[in-house]
Design a protein around this ligand. Structure first.
Ligand code: FAD
Ligand code: MLT
Ligand code: ZN
Length: 453
């Protein structure tokens, strides 16, 4: 039981208006985006500076009060919601966006700045941010670092970790570490930013970061390729990054998912005939990338049809078929979201087998597959299953690990997958994780229900 004095002390740090306790105000902080996870919290605290974050964390450590860091609350593995009754530390007020350093191609952003805001700032200076995802206008710099978010352009620019030039963070002790100098080369010891990246709020709270920017590629071509079999779509998705130097995305959709999106949103079908599988491709460069994409596509086996967007508006319309999968699947009820990576040699087999694996466990379940095929990853969403019935999750993740894959390609472990961490990381690795956790968060207050089994 937390004493009233604790909440008074919090209010003394951040101001009374930034300690939320009214249940109506707490509602949006305690449930996740999919509706699968919901918890409860005695308070949401909204610090407005790194010093306030440090004082809040220091107080929680001294009083042994667990906390959940939260950004845009778009995470998909139950890591951002207080499932164990923790207090929520929302970083959305850390929204200071520095100016773009035009020569160096970098920007320093507060943890609460959205990915979309970073993208827009970069664009105004002829640069771009290498990370893009459909949650861009809610997902934050801090949250994408904490999850090492991937998204649509990983095959070109890497995931969030590859964009990090430095971070500022408050560790679980309340200590502030800050390394925002933005040097592209800096081999002076442990990569603390890299360790915080993907730590899912278990080591501390990221308060700001310096991010590298990438050159803007203004010439762009978007095309949707239709295939008669998912095997040929997957082979194409895996081959395209090698064949097209300007490739910036290669995303898999299946006929069933495209049909669902069209029905839900009233969109026209992309082709006169339905096809079993599709790959959405985007190439972007400072020159016209269409010829090299065309040459590559003509060399692919099993292409049944091709739609090329003649302009940006039509390009966005093609992207809609892919990006809308997440929101449309959510309308079928809270999905079980499994986000997996496979070795290239096992991806087609996995996609071929996973739906029947699910059906074998639960005849009433529907399986939806889509995602970042160019990265060797695929999203497996299962609907029609009760939120706490894990049988299909077990079956899918067993198939993944039997083929040498990872149980999380990009969303993280969160609370949803922590009991399976040991299937993908060795005991020695997990012990190294625990040692790090003990050193950086000795009181064990930072997101205690997440990541570690
Ligand atoms: P939250 O959801 O608030 O938090 C996520 C995790 O990070 C939690 O464990 C939380 O405790 C921790 N955390 C948050 N902020 C901090 C901080 N400042 N310091 C320390 N820990 C912190 N993800 C992808 O990887 N690729 C995609 O393509 C993608 N597309 C998406 C599309 C949609 C429509 C949606 C809803 C989600 C998508 N996601 C995707 C998932 C999600 O957007 C990412 O995981 C994102 O990184 C979460 O950012 P957030 O600010 O919302 O973090
Ligand atoms: C995506 O690629 O669309 C995201 O990771 C979200 C999801 O998996 O639904
Ligand atoms: Zn994804």
């Amino acid at each position: 039981v937390i004493s009233e004095g604790f909440f008074d002390q919090l209010a003394g740090i951040v101001g009374e208006g930034h300690v939320l306790r009214d249940p109506d105000l707490l509602a949006s902080y305690v449930g996740d985006w999919t509706g699968r996870f919901s918890g409860s919290t005695p308070a949401v605290v909204r610090p407005g500076s790194v010093d306030e974050v440090a004082e809040v964390v220091g107080l929680c450590a001294a009083e042994r009060v667990p906390l959940v860091p939260q950004g845009g609350n778009t995470g998909l593995v139950g890591g951002s919601v207080p499932l164990g009754g923790e207090i929520v530390v929302s970083v959305l007020r850390l929204d200071h966006l520095g100016s773009v350093e035009e020569e160096a191609g970098q920007i320093t952003a507060g943890a609460g700045v959205t990915v979309g805001a970073v993208q827009r700032a970069a664009k105004a200076y002829g640069w771009a941010y290498g990370v893009d995802l459909a949650s861009r206008d809610s997902a934050t710099v801090g949250g994408t670092i904490a999850t090492n978010a991937g998204g649509l352009h990983v095959l070109r620019y890497g995931a969030t970790r590859a964009q990090l030039l430095g971070v500022e963070a408050v560790l679980g002790t309340g200590a502030v570490i800050s390394h925002l100098g933005g040097l592209r080369k800096d081999n002076t010891g442990y990569d603390l930013a890299g360790l915080l990246c993907g730590s899912e709020g278990t080591l501390g709270i990221v308060t700001a970061a310096t991010l590298r920017l990438v050159p803007q590629a203004n010439e762009r071509v978007v095309a949707l390729l239709a295939f008669e079999t998912s095997d040929s779509a997957i082979a194409a998705g895996l081959a395209l990054p090698r064949l097209v130097p300007s490739l910036s995305a290669a995303e898999l959709c299946l006929g069933s998912g495209i049909q669902l999106v069209c029905d839900a949103l009233g969109l026209p079908p992309p082709f006169p005939q339905p096809h079993e599988a599709y790959v959405l491709v985007e190439a972007a460069a400072t020159y016209d990338p269409a010829p090299e994409l065309e040459t590559a596509v003509s060399s692919l086996a099993g292409v049944a049809d091709v739609a090329v967007a003649p302009d940006d508006l039509r390009g966005a319309a093609l992207w809609r078929y892919r990006e809308a999968h997440t929101e449309v699947i959510n309308t079928l009820g809270a999905p079980h979201k499994l986000d997996v990576a496979l070795p290239a040699r096992g991806l087609a087999r996995f996609v071929g087998e996973v739906s029947s694996t699910v059906a074998h466990v639960d005849r009433g379940a529907a399986t939806w597959l889509f995602g970042h095929v160019g990265d060797g990853a695929v999203h497996v969403n299962v609907t029609g299953v009760a939120p706490d019935d894990d049988r299909v999750d077990v079956a899918v993740l067993e198939l993944v690990t039997s083929l040498g894959g990872s149980i999380s390609a990009e969303h993280g472990i969160g609370s949803a997958k922590r009991q399976w961490l040991a299937r993908t990381r060795s005991q020695a690795e997990i012990e190294a994780f625990r040692a790090l956790k003990r050193a950086w968060d000795p009181a064990g207050i930072c997101n205690p229900g997440v990541l570690l089994p």
